[in-house]
Design a protein around this ligand. Sequence first.
Ligand code: FES
Length: 181
Amino acid sequence: MKTHIDISKRKGERKEFSEASLVRIKELMSNVPEGKHKTAVIHVLHMAQSELGGWISVETMDYVAELLNITPIEVYEVATFYTMFHLDPTGKYVLEVCRTGPCMLVGSDKIIDYIEKKLAIKVGETTSDGLFTLKTVECLGACGYGPMLQCQYKNYEFLTTEKVDDLLNAMSNGILETYQS
Ligand code: FES
Protein backbone atom coordinates (compact mmCIF):
# COMPACT_ATOMS: atom_id res chain seq x y z
CA MET A 1 0.00 0.00 0.00
CA LYS A 2 1.22 3.49 -0.84
CA THR A 3 0.66 6.48 1.39
CA HIS A 4 0.56 10.27 0.91
CA ILE A 5 0.12 10.25 -2.85
CA ASP A 6 -0.41 13.70 -4.36
CA ILE A 7 -2.26 12.90 -7.56
CA SER A 8 -1.92 16.47 -8.89
CA LYS A 9 1.84 15.96 -9.30
CA ARG A 10 1.45 12.95 -11.58
CA LYS A 11 1.03 14.95 -14.77
CA GLY A 12 1.83 13.40 -18.11
CA GLU A 13 0.79 13.60 -21.69
CA ARG A 14 -2.44 11.91 -22.70
CA LYS A 15 -1.81 8.73 -24.68
CA GLU A 16 -4.39 6.36 -26.08
CA PHE A 17 -4.67 2.61 -26.41
CA SER A 18 -4.20 0.77 -29.69
CA GLU A 19 -7.31 -0.42 -31.53
CA ALA A 20 -6.60 -3.99 -30.39
CA SER A 21 -6.48 -2.93 -26.76
CA LEU A 22 -9.70 -0.93 -27.11
CA VAL A 23 -11.39 -4.04 -28.47
CA ARG A 24 -10.02 -6.05 -25.52
CA ILE A 25 -11.38 -3.46 -23.07
CA LYS A 26 -14.80 -3.56 -24.73
CA GLU A 27 -14.76 -7.34 -24.35
CA LEU A 28 -13.89 -7.03 -20.68
CA MET A 29 -16.71 -4.56 -20.16
CA SER A 30 -19.18 -6.81 -21.93
CA ASN A 31 -18.41 -9.56 -19.42
CA VAL A 32 -19.62 -7.57 -16.43
CA PRO A 33 -23.08 -6.15 -15.74
CA GLU A 34 -23.79 -2.47 -16.42
CA GLY A 35 -22.68 -0.41 -13.44
CA LYS A 36 -19.97 -2.89 -12.43
CA HIS A 37 -17.24 -1.80 -14.85
CA LYS A 38 -15.03 -0.86 -11.95
CA THR A 39 -14.13 -4.53 -11.67
CA ALA A 40 -12.01 -4.10 -14.82
CA VAL A 41 -9.90 -1.26 -13.39
CA ILE A 42 -6.90 -3.32 -12.28
CA HIS A 43 -6.71 -5.16 -15.58
CA VAL A 44 -7.00 -1.97 -17.63
CA LEU A 45 -4.42 -0.18 -15.46
CA HIS A 46 -1.98 -3.04 -16.12
CA MET A 47 -2.65 -2.65 -19.84
CA ALA A 48 -2.11 1.10 -19.56
CA GLN A 49 1.14 0.74 -17.68
CA SER A 50 2.51 -1.67 -20.21
CA GLU A 51 1.24 0.07 -23.37
CA LEU A 52 1.23 3.75 -22.49
CA GLY A 53 4.77 4.38 -21.34
CA GLY A 54 5.55 2.21 -18.34
CA TRP A 55 3.85 4.42 -15.75
CA ILE A 56 0.42 5.82 -14.98
CA SER A 57 -0.11 9.58 -15.08
CA VAL A 58 -3.23 11.33 -13.88
CA GLU A 59 -4.18 11.80 -17.55
CA THR A 60 -3.98 8.04 -18.03
CA MET A 61 -6.13 7.47 -14.95
CA ASP A 62 -8.72 9.92 -16.33
CA TYR A 63 -8.60 8.16 -19.69
CA VAL A 64 -9.18 4.77 -18.02
CA ALA A 65 -12.13 6.26 -16.11
CA GLU A 66 -13.62 7.56 -19.37
CA LEU A 67 -13.21 4.19 -21.08
CA LEU A 68 -14.80 2.30 -18.20
CA ASN A 69 -17.47 4.93 -17.69
CA ILE A 70 -16.66 5.34 -14.02
CA THR A 71 -15.52 8.35 -12.00
CA PRO A 72 -11.83 9.33 -11.97
CA ILE A 73 -11.65 8.87 -8.20
CA GLU A 74 -12.55 5.20 -8.65
CA VAL A 75 -9.42 4.81 -10.76
CA TYR A 76 -7.22 7.02 -8.55
CA GLU A 77 -8.04 4.98 -5.46
CA VAL A 78 -6.92 1.74 -7.14
CA ALA A 79 -3.84 3.14 -8.89
CA THR A 80 -2.59 4.83 -5.72
CA PHE A 81 -3.23 1.83 -3.48
CA TYR A 82 -1.19 -0.85 -5.23
CA THR A 83 2.58 -0.51 -5.44
CA MET A 84 2.59 -2.45 -8.72
CA PHE A 85 1.32 0.69 -10.43
CA HIS A 86 4.06 3.24 -11.04
CA LEU A 87 2.91 6.82 -10.66
CA ASP A 88 6.13 8.36 -11.93
CA PRO A 89 8.28 7.66 -14.97
CA THR A 90 10.55 4.70 -14.24
CA GLY A 91 13.74 3.17 -15.50
CA LYS A 92 13.73 0.18 -17.84
CA TYR A 93 14.03 -2.19 -14.88
CA VAL A 94 11.95 -1.47 -11.78
CA LEU A 95 13.48 -3.39 -8.88
CA GLU A 96 10.71 -3.93 -6.34
CA VAL A 97 12.25 -5.25 -3.14
CA CYS A 98 9.90 -6.72 -0.56
CA ARG A 99 10.33 -5.06 2.82
CA THR A 100 7.61 -6.86 4.79
CA GLY A 101 8.43 -8.72 8.03
CA PRO A 102 9.37 -12.21 6.78
CA CYS A 103 11.70 -10.80 4.12
CA MET A 104 13.10 -8.25 6.53
CA LEU A 105 13.92 -10.99 9.04
CA VAL A 106 16.16 -12.64 6.45
CA GLY A 107 17.93 -9.49 5.33
CA SER A 108 15.85 -7.45 2.88
CA ASP A 109 17.10 -4.24 4.49
CA LYS A 110 20.67 -5.27 3.70
CA ILE A 111 19.71 -5.97 0.10
CA ILE A 112 17.99 -2.59 -0.21
CA ASP A 113 21.05 -0.89 1.27
CA TYR A 114 23.34 -2.77 -1.05
CA ILE A 115 21.36 -1.85 -4.17
CA GLU A 116 21.18 1.78 -3.10
CA LYS A 117 24.94 1.94 -2.74
CA LYS A 118 25.70 -0.05 -5.87
CA LEU A 119 23.40 2.02 -8.10
CA ALA A 120 24.02 5.29 -6.21
CA ILE A 121 20.29 5.95 -5.86
CA LYS A 122 17.83 5.95 -3.00
CA VAL A 123 14.54 4.06 -2.86
CA GLY A 124 12.12 5.78 -5.24
CA GLU A 125 14.87 7.07 -7.52
CA THR A 126 16.02 6.14 -11.02
CA THR A 127 19.62 5.86 -12.20
CA SER A 128 20.81 8.65 -14.49
CA ASP A 129 21.14 6.23 -17.42
CA GLY A 130 17.43 5.41 -17.08
CA LEU A 131 18.11 1.73 -16.57
CA PHE A 132 17.05 1.09 -12.97
CA THR A 133 14.39 2.32 -10.57
CA LEU A 134 14.48 1.05 -6.99
CA LYS A 135 11.24 0.62 -5.05
CA THR A 136 10.32 -1.11 -1.84
CA VAL A 137 6.99 -2.91 -1.70
CA GLU A 138 4.89 -4.92 0.69
CA CYS A 139 4.60 -8.71 0.63
CA LEU A 140 4.71 -10.19 -2.86
CA GLY A 141 3.53 -13.62 -1.75
CA ALA A 142 6.94 -15.30 -1.78
CA CYS A 143 7.54 -15.05 1.98
CA GLY A 144 9.41 -18.36 2.22
CA TYR A 145 11.89 -17.32 -0.45
CA GLY A 146 13.20 -14.03 0.91
CA PRO A 147 14.90 -11.80 0.63
CA MET A 148 13.35 -11.31 -2.74
CA LEU A 149 12.58 -8.73 -5.38
CA GLN A 150 10.27 -8.62 -8.35
CA CYS A 151 11.07 -7.08 -11.70
CA GLN A 152 8.91 -7.22 -14.83
CA TYR A 153 6.56 -9.67 -13.07
CA LYS A 154 9.37 -12.13 -12.34
CA ASN A 155 10.57 -13.00 -8.84
CA TYR A 156 14.26 -13.17 -7.86
CA GLU A 157 14.53 -15.03 -4.58
CA PHE A 158 16.94 -15.95 -1.76
CA LEU A 159 18.91 -12.84 -2.67
CA THR A 160 22.48 -12.31 -1.58
CA THR A 161 24.73 -9.44 -2.55
CA GLU A 162 26.45 -11.76 -5.05
CA LYS A 163 23.12 -12.65 -6.62
CA VAL A 164 22.22 -8.97 -6.82
CA ASP A 165 25.52 -8.30 -8.60
CA ASP A 166 24.82 -11.07 -11.12
CA LEU A 167 21.25 -9.90 -11.67
CA LEU A 168 22.18 -6.25 -12.19
CA ASN A 169 25.01 -7.26 -14.53
CA ALA A 170 22.62 -9.38 -16.58
CA MET A 171 20.19 -6.45 -16.79
CA SER A 172 22.91 -3.94 -17.65
CA ASN A 173 24.28 -6.17 -20.37
CA GLY A 174 20.90 -7.04 -21.86
CA ILE A 175 21.29 -10.74 -21.12
CA LEU A 176 18.61 -11.13 -18.47
CA GLU A 177 17.15 -14.16 -20.24
CA THR A 178 20.39 -16.05 -19.47
CA TYR A 179 20.38 -15.11 -15.78
CA GLN A 180 19.90 -18.11 -13.49
CA SER A 181 18.60 -17.13 -10.07
S1 FES B 1 7.20 -11.00 3.17
FE1 FES B 1 8.40 -10.75 1.39
S2 FES B 1 7.27 -11.88 -0.08
FE2 FES B 1 6.05 -12.00 1.68
